[in-house]
Design a protein around this ligand. Sequence first.
Ligand SMILES: [Zn+2]
Length: 265
Amino acid sequence: MKYEGVLTKMRTEIKDVVQYYLIWENDFINMNQLINKKISLNFLRYQCLNCGLEKKIYRQGFCYDCFSSIPQAGDWVINPELSKAHLDQEDRDLEFEKRAQLTPHVVYLANSSDVKVGVTRRNQIPTRWIDQGAHEAIEIVEVPNRYLAGITEVALKDHVSDKTNWRKMLTNDILDLNLEEEREKLKEFIPEEAKEYYLANNKETEIKFPVLEFPEKVKSLNLVKNPFYEGVLKGIKGQYLIFNDGTVFNIRGNEGLVVELNVLV
Ligand SMILES: [Zn+2]
């Protein structure tokens, strides 16, 4: 079987174990079914996810020009506390920003290597947690807009990490923690404006990933520098494919690359 198309992050479904789907223009693959099979990846060219042109990808699957101008790549995406739509102030496109920002957002704790705090739109739960490779996660507050979520995250970052250690996540060097207790400890640091939105009763969500064998050491595949790779898929965690030789490939980090994927055995 041979597939060709531009990479976009895998769609997921939370089941007993997470189900992963790689979406092509007129087709899709349930990636779980490729586990224990030999596959190859071949980098062909770039294709910006916004303009569709064959231009070098800068970030988030966009070429530099698109990344610098389109509303879905504004600074408030990565730094939610910079959101201004609630003040009726435009960054790049006020209508877009209102739709994206003035909607319920959740600040959460996710444990993928160490516990980290993060922000997402409510309708992105549990997708966001799966994408981060979190084996457990819990909501802290649910607020009416992105700005409030952003300032809550900033306040909590002083007391808990906001980064994932992807090597630990992929080698499964992880701890099972009681996130309800962790949430309780952070409660006093929630900013005044967001205190009323504290979620005292939500329970931990547990997530199981389809991985047969975790590597002891991981090396990240750079498909642009090394345009051909072949290996046996041993599992999927977060947005990473994990291979038998410890190679890992971050699908999300390679959005905008046109590849050929071959299923060999
Ligand atoms: Zn572009």
